[in-house]
Write a protein that binds this ligand. Structure first.
Ligand SMILES: *Cc1c(COP(=O)(O)O)cnc(C)c1O
Length: 395
C-alpha cells in the first residue's frame, strides 16, 4: 500500500477521510492504528536537537504522536488550519474564550449557550474584568446593534442547548467580522460532519469530544479548531495553559472517529423517526427538532446544515411535575443523566427559565430532552408508550 499523496488526500470525500486521517501505518511498524504514547520527557540526541524549535516532539505537554494523530485528523475533517485537544468539552470552551479575550473586553454570548459556558463567563471572566452580554439566539444580523467599542467575541451555539433554537451563523459572522470580532462556535451537536464551521464563518470551533466522537459514554475530551486567522493565537494559548487531554481518551476518540459518520447518520435516522412519532402523540404539544419539517429553525437547518444528530427536545401539554416524574422514573430503556452522544438512549427534564436572562422561556408545558441511541426504535416507542400511560394516570 503506497502512502497517501498530498494530492489524493486533498480530494478525499468525508467518509474516506474519517478512515484515513491521522494514521501513518508505515511509521507504526505497519500496525493500522496509532498506539497510545504515554510520556513526559522526550530525549534529544544532541544539544542542537534539544534546542531545535522546529522539533516535532519536545515534551509531554506539547503533544505526542497519539495527540498529534487526532489533532491532524480533526483539522482535516473540520476544514481548519489547526486543532488543539483539551481534557473536556468545557475546557475546550474556556480555551477558545481565553484565546480571544483580555481584561476590559465585552463579549456577546447566546442566551441558549451550554449552561457551564455561562457559569465560566459569569465567574472567571467577570473576575478578570470581562463583561458578558447574553443575546437572543434569533438575533441574526441585528447582532451588529449589540457590538460595542470594546466587544471582542461573539459566541454562538446552534442548535441551542436544550431549547434547540437555530442561529443564522453566516449572518452573525458577517456582522462580527466587519468589526474585527472573533466568532466562537460550540459545534458539538452537528460536529464538523454536519456543520463545516470554518466554511460558514466561524473562527474558533468547539467540539465536546465526550459526545459523538467518543460515541460510547466512556471518555471526556474537548477539541478546538481554528481558521488560519486564529490558529497561531489558539496554539499559543494552549501552550500557555498546558491543559492536556489524557492519552487513553485520545486513543479511544481516534477509534470513535472511524465510525462517527455511521453512528451520526443512524442517530439522525432514529431521532427523526421518534420526532415524527412524538408529533402524532396527544400528550406532546411541540417537537423541538430543527431537522423536522415545520419545527422552529428548520429553514436555517436546511440551508446551513448537512445532517442532524440524535438529540432534540419535546414540550408536553400541561401535566403536573408528579405525573412527569411517574413517566420518567418508570422508563426501562431511557436512562436519566447528563451528557449524550453515546450508543444508549437518554432523557432529562429541563427548564430554561431557571437560567436565561435575555429571552423568556415559557413553552406552556414541561419540557424533556431526548438523546436517541442505537436500540431498536420499536422497543423505544413501547417504553415511551408505557411512560405516556403513567403520565396520564398520575396527572
Ligand atoms: C457536553 C457539552 C459540553 C461540555 O462537554 P464536557 O466534555 O461534558 O465538558 C459543551 N458544549 C455542549 C453543547 C455540550 O453538550
Amino acid at each position: 500500500m503506497a502512502k497517501l499523496s498530498d494530492e489524493t488526500r486533498k480530494a478525499l470525500r468525508t467518509r474516506t477521510r474519517l478512515v484515513t486521517a491521522g494514521r501513518e501505518p508505515a511509521e507504526q511498524f505497519g500496525f493500522v492504528n496509532t498506539p497510545i504514547y504515554r510520556g513526559s520527557t522526550v530525549l534529544a540526541p544532541t544539544v542542537a536537537a534539544l534546542h531545535d524549535r522546529q522539533a516535532r516532539f519536545t515534551y509531554g505537554t506539547k503533544g505526542t504522536p497519539t495527540t498529534e494523530a487526532l489533532e491532524k485528523a480533526w483539522t482535516e475533517i473540520a476544514g481548519a488550519a489547526g486543532t488543539v485537544l483539551a481534557p473536556t468539552g468545557l475546557a475546550a470552551v474556556t480555551l477558545a474564550l481565553m484565546t480571544a479575550v483580555k481584561s476590559g473586553d465585552h463579549i456577546l454570548v447566546t442566551d441558549s449557550a451550554y449552561g457551564p459556558t455561562r457559569h465560566f463567563c459569569d465567574t472567571i471572566l467577570a473576575r478578570m474584568g470581562i463583561e458578558t452580554s447574553y443575546y437572543d439566539p434569533l438575533v441574526g444580523a441585528r447582532i451588529g446593534d449589540l457590538i460595542r467599542e470594546n466587544t471582542s467575541v461573539v459566541l454562538v451555539e446552534a442548535p441551542g442547548s436544550q431549547s434547540f433554537e437555530m442561529q443564522d451563523i453566516p449572518a452573525i459572522a458577517e456582522e462580527a467580522h466587519k468589526r474585527g470580532l472573533c466568532v466562537i462556535m460550540d459545534n458539538t451537536w452537528a460536529t464538523p460532519l454536519f456543520f463545516p464551521p470554518h466554511e460558514r464563518g466561524v473562527d474558533l470551533a468547539i467540539e465536546a469530544g465526550t459526545k459523538y466522537l467518543s460515541g460510547h459514554s466512556d471518555l471526556m475530551l474537548g477539541l478546538v479548531s481554528a481558521n488560519p486567522a486564529w490558529w497561531r493565537k489558539l496554539r499559543s494559548t494552549f501552550d500557555a495553559f498546558a491543559m492536556c487531554a489524557g492519552p487513553e481518551d485520545v486513543f479511544l476518540a481516534l477509534r470513535g472517529l472511524r465510525t462517527m459518520e455511521l453512528r451520526l447518520r443512524e442517530a439522525e435516522r432514529q431521532g427523526l423517526a421518534l420526532a415524527h412519532w412524538f408529533k402524532t402523540r396527544p400528550e406532546v404539544a411541540q417537537v423541538l427538532h430543527p431537522a423536522l419539517p415545520g419545527a422552529p429553525g428548520h429553514d436555517i437547518w436546511k440551508r446551513d446544515f448537512l445532517g442532524a444528530s440524535g438529540l432534540f427536545s419535546i414540550v408536553l401539554n400541561p401535566f403536573s411535575s408528579k405525573a412527569v416524574a411517574a413517566m420518567l422514573d418508570g422508563l426501562e430503556l431511557f436512562g436519566m443523566g447528563y451528557s449524550w452522544g453515546g450508543y444508549e438512549s437518554l432523557v432529562i427534564p429541563f427548564d430554561c427559565a431557571t437560567y436565561r436572562t435575555a429571552t423568556t422561556w415559557n413553552p406552556g408545558g414541561p419540557a424533556l430532552r431526548f438523546q436517541i441511541g442505537l436500540e431498536d426504535i420499536e422497543d423505544l416507542k413501547e417504553d415511551l408508550e408505557r411512560g405516556f400511560e403513567r403520565l396520564r394516570q398520575a396527572d
